[in-house]
Design a protein around this ligand. Sequence first.
Ligand code: AMP
Ligand code: TRP
Length: 330
Amino acid sequence: MVKERIFSGMQPSGRFHLGNYMGALENWVKLQHEYECFFSIVDLHALTSSYADTSKLQDNVREMAIDWLSAGLDPESNTIFVQSHVKEHAELCLLLGMSTPLSWLERVPTFKDKIQQLSTQGKDLRTYGFLGYPVLMAADIMLYKATRVPVGEDQAAHLELTREMVRRFNSLYHVDLFPEPQAVYSKAKTLPGIDGRKMSKSYGNTIPFGASPKELQERINMMITDPERIRKTDKGHPDVCIVYQFQKVFNTEESENICNMCKNGEIGCVQCKRKLGEKMNALLADIHLRRTELEKKPDYIKEILDEGAKKAQAVASKNMAEIKKAMNIY
Ligand code: AMP
Ligand code: TRP
């Protein structure tokens, strides 16, 4: 049976956190054996907002590869590669840009928001490259004729635009070259950070994905609990407690029991945090170990990314030839 094809990507923009894992990567790990998967570290996309300082780019790419492998993405059964290593991504982005109406790009909901948001960090995103972000993303997906795209719900508008671009290309050049890709949303809800807001690098409230057991417990100990609870015997309100939200995600079986004990003043916050630490550690300790091992093997990481680029390139150049033929460029 021929497997359907998946394409997905993530920007290498700094230390990966548990929110990224729960929101995206965990889903990829589940899908990897069911589909033919291309997973790309999209460094060109990272440049659309971090063009002015590229000094950390190589480190971030390597770290991301280590995160993916330590989470359990299998480089044998998937194609794992760096976007800029396959030049056809840039080429297709240029060709698609010719026929993409400006109005489609300007109306992407995140476009103006992100310009605003990042201007407060001193970044000027009024650039050609940033406007074209969704065109590059469409090129990524179309280059492999992917039919499924696992992403977070925040990417829905980008994916809808890809579908419009597919229809436009097929109709302009009278071909049936590209399938309309479907989103595969992960079921996980947004994970809160240790302060209760969305876990995000820009809030400084994350739990790093490769956290050591000690670092993990320290971050848990910083979580805000019910402010009205002073003594262990005080009756608690789990619904306002961040630790309880984490218990529900990472300690599902015990969480109801813990909730009742807290409400009755039968378990203290210190003990509750320790229980959570043990559960999360059971999940993350292996990942931390694998991460530590992989960090010692930069040559192995390079080999995997080189091999991935070769596999991706083979598909990309074949499809690119068809695309150019349809456009009468040869
Ligand atoms: P970002 O680091 O914001 O570019 O996000 C990369 C991926 O991780 C996207 O698919 C997001 O939907 C997902 N993600 C980021 N933060 C969270 C979070 N706190 N909870 C769940 N998913 C997240
Ligand atoms: N825009 C995506 C994000 O920020 C990353 C991305 C780039 C992507 N190209 C893609 C995701 C192609 C899926 C398919 O999360």
